[in-house]
Design a binder for this molecule. Structure first.
Ligand code: 5GP
Ligand code: MG
Length: 177
């Protein structure tokens, strides 16, 4: 365990099982379809690498990196740091992210993909914090639901640290107070 971690919420074994389950489900749902898996950098990386091992149908992958500034109103600005390289028109896209909280980031990302005329778009996320939601959105592929706490590990950072932890844990309060 790491000294910054108050408690482990999702163990490495549980994450493996989650990826097996979601990978099998995706492989079934997208059989015969042209699938592009788009990872949201940087948090997606460990989850996406484990998940795609369990996708048994042909697929392509690409990456996107955005910064989202949430203003006081509904006018959010998404700033691209990196866009995908592929043309996804007519393709079935699954966006992969570490966690969905308010739902604002993913809403902006989904809108971007809709303007690119994808055949379909869904979200696969390792963690869901439904208590934090301010935008009505229910992701199709969810690893596990967690309570409203600040978590680190398995891609999730605090000041860019802890992304490499092989599990998801709650950050000790004294680290951000
Ligand atoms: P939202 O759904 O609120 O727009 O944003 C989700 C993003 O906020 C995630 O991709 C992640 O970067 C960040 N985030 C939300 N909750 C947590 C958390 O508990 N820990 C960490 N490290 N990042 C979080
Ligand atoms: Mg993120």
């Amino acid at each position: 365990m790491n000294e910054a971690v108050k408690e482990v919420l999702v163990s490495e074994n549980e994450i493996k099982e989650i990826c097996q389950r979601l990978g099998a489900q995706i492989s079934q749902d997208y059989a015969g379809k042209e699938l592009v898996v788009v990872g949201m950098l940087k948090g997606c990386a460990p989850f996406m690498m484990e998940l795609i091992k369990h996708i048994t149908i042909p697929m392509r992958m690409d990456f996107m990196q955005i910064t989202s500034y949430h203003g006081g109103t509904e006018s959010n600005t998404v700033v691209f740091k990196k866009d995908i390289e592929m043309n996804v028109a007519g393709k079935h896209v699954i966006v992969v992210d570490d966690i969905i909280d308010t739902g604002k980031t993913i809403t902006e990302v989904l809108n971007i993909f809709k303007t690119r005329k994808v055949a379909s778009i869904e979200l696969a996320c390792l963690l869901d914090k439904p208590e934090g939601r301010v935008v009505d959105y229910t992701p199709k592929y969810v690893g596990t639901i967690i309570p409203k706490a600040f978590v680190i590990g398995y891609g999730l950072d605090f000041d860019e640290l802890y992304r490499n932890l092989p599990f998801v844990g709650v950050l000790k309060e004294e680290y951000y107070q």
